[in-house]
Design a protein around this ligand. Structure first.
Ligand code: TXA
Ligand code: MG
Length: 334
C-alpha cells in the first residue's frame, strides 16, 4: 500500500511543529511525536491517557543513529551492533542507557531508552524525511487493545491526532520484542516477533526472561491490551464444555468466541492456527468483538497448550499468551 508524498510531507511538518502523527509499523500503529521536544511528548501522554512514568520507544530510520540517543559502553555497543545486524529493521526494541539528547519526558524520567528501527516502508520514509527520533507508543488509549489498522486509530483518537497515515493492516500484529541490555545479562522484557532463542543465538549468551521482575514496562502491568469485554482464556477441549455450560445457563447472547478452530455459532472469530497468522488477527478480533457488543469473550490461543512451561519460551506463541493473559487479568476497580 503506497501513500502520497504529500501525506508524508504533512506528517513531517506536523512532527516538526510539535504535533502528533499516527503511522504504521510492521508490528502495530504508533502514535508519534518528536522525541527531542518535551511539549510534543507530553501531548502523547495526555492524548493516550498514559501515566507519565511509562517510557516511550524512540523510532529511528537507521541503526547508525543509535549512538545519538544511547550512551553505550563497549560491551553494550557490541551487543546492539550484533542485534541490529541480525534483526533491524524489525520488531525488536533494545533498552540501553540514554544520552542527554532525549527529552526526559520521553523516557519517563529514567536513565534508559528503548530504541527501535521499524521494518515498514512508510515508517522508514517518515523517519528518514524527519531525520530525528520519533517517540511512539502504540496508538491506542492506555490499557486498551493496540491498533493494527488506521481505522482502529481513528476509532480511538479521531481528531486528537494531527495526521493519521493509512498503510493498511500491519504485518506482525503484536508489539515488538523488548530486550534490556543495561547489564552484562541481557533480559527479555516483552516477548514478540523475535524469539528469545533467536536473540540468545545471535548474542551467544542466554537471554534471561526478565518478566518475573518489576512491572517496568507498561505492557507488564497485569491488566493491559484489554477489550471492553471480559476475557477468559481456555484450551479447545475446555471450550466445548464451557459453551455447553453457557448454553445451559441461557447466557449465550452475551458471549463471543475467538479460536483457531471453526466454531459453529454467532459472534465467533476464527483465526489461523499458526502463531504468526493468529498474531496478525488477534487485536482486530478483540476490537471486533467489542463492536458487536460481546460482554464476555472465550479465547482459545493458537496451539491451545496452556502449559506453564511454554510461558517462558519467548516465541510468538508465548507473545500471544502474554497478551491474552493481560487481556484476561482483573481490571482496576473491578
Ligand atoms: O511494536 C512496538 O514496540 C510498538 C510500535 C509502535 O513500535 N510500540 C509499542 O509502544 O508497543 P508502547 O509504548 O505501547 O509499549 C512500549 C513498552 C512499554 O511497556 C514501555 O514501558 C516499554 O516499552 N519501554 C519503553 N522504554 C523503556 C525503557 N527505557 N525501559 C523499560 N521499558 C521501556
Ligand atoms: Mg502499548
Amino acid at each position: 500500500m503506497t501513500v502520497p508524498h504529500s501525506t508524508i510531507e504533512r506528517a513531517v511538518e506536523a512532527l516538526r511543529g510539535g504535533g502528533l502523527v499516527a503511522f504504521p509499523t510492521e508490528t502495530v500503529y504508533g502514535l508519534g511525536a518528536d522525541a527531542a521536544n518535551p511539549d510534543a511528548v507530553r501531548r502523547i501522554f495526555a492524548v493516550k491517557g498514559r501515566p507519565v512514568g511509562h517510557p516511550l520507544i524512540v523510532h529511528l530510520a537507521r541503526s547508525a543513529q543509535v549512538h545519538e540517543w544511547a550512551c553505550l559502553d563497549d560491551g553494550q555497543a557490541r551487543m546492539v551492533d550484533t542485534l541490529a545486524g541480525s534483526f533491524w529493521p524489525g520488531p525488536l526494541t533494545v533498552v540501553v542507557p540514554r544520552s542527554s539528547r532525549v527529552a526526559s519526558e520521553t523516557v519517563g524520567g529514567g536513565e534508559t531508552i528503548g530504541l527501535r528501527v521499524p521494518d515498514h516502508p512508510i515508517a522508514f520514509e517518515l523517519l528518514d524525511r524527519f531525520g530525528g527520533g520519533v517517540a511512539a507508543p502504540s496508538a491506542n488509549r492506555f490499557g486498551r487493545v493496540s491498533p493494527t489498522t488506521a481505522d482502529h486509530v481513528r476509532h480511538d483518537f479521531g481528531q486528537d491526532v494531527d495526521v493519521i497515515i493509512d498503510g493498511g493492516p500491519t504485518e506482525v500484529g503484536v508489539e515488538s520484542t523488548i530486550i534490556e541490555l543495561t547489564s552484562d545479562r541481557p533480559l527479555l522484557l516483552r516477548p514478540g516477533g523475535i524469539s528469545r532463542t533467536e536473540l540468545s543465538a545471535a548474542l551467544g549468551v542466554d537471554v534471561v526472561d526478565g518478566r518475573a521482575g518489576q512491572a517496568r514496562a507498561a505492557g507488564m502491568l497485569p491488566s493491559h491490551y484489554a477489550p471492553r469485554a471480559t476475557v477468559e482464556v481456555l484450551g479447545s477441549a475446555e471450550l466445548v464444555a464451557r459453551l455447553g455450560e453457557i448454553d445451559a445457563n441461557g447466557q449465550a447472547s452475551s458471549i463471543g468466541v475467538i479460536a483457531p478452530v471453526p466454531v459453529d455459532r454467532d459472534r465467533t472469530w476464527c483465526l489461523p492456527a499458526d502463531p504468526d497468522g493468529y498474531a496478525r488477527g488477534i487485536y482486530a478480533s478483540l476490537r471486533a468483538a467489542d463492536e458487536e457488543g460481546v460482554e464476555h469473550l472465550l479465547v482459545v490461543p493458537p496451539d491451545a497448550d496452556l502449559d506453564s512451561d511454554d510461558l517462558d519460551s519467548g516465541d510468538m506463541g508465548d507473545a500471544i499468551l502474554d497478551r491474552l493473559a493481560k487481556a484476561a487479568a482483573p481490571r482496576p476497580g473491578t
